[in-house]
Design a protein around this ligand. Structure first.
Ligand SMILES: [Zn+2]
Length: 75
């Protein structure tokens, strides 16, 4: 396996380097409306950082513990 396949990683969640499914995320570091998480592959020992963006919130309903309304963040 030569070049990492990042687009395939987005689609499948498999390691972009070796195609393995044995990947593991570390703690998430939130900064404003983005978050980053170090992710590593336990098969080939490569690691990278996933970056996420805050897209919305789940709002509590009248029933405790039930969050059934999603408010999407507007641009
Ligand atoms: Zn791998």
């Amino acid at each position: 396996m030569n070049k990492p396949n990042w687009q395939e990683y987005f689609r499948t969640g498999c390691c972009p380097y070796c195609g393995g499914e044995n990947i593991e995320g570390q703690s998430i570091d939130i900064d404003g409306d983005t978050a980053e998480q170090e992710v590593g592959c336990n098969d080939c020992d490569k690691s990278w950082y996933d970056k996420y963006r805050h897209t919305g919130v789940w709002v509590p309903s009248a029933e405790p513990g039930v969050f059934d309304e999603f408010i999407e963040r507007e641009e």
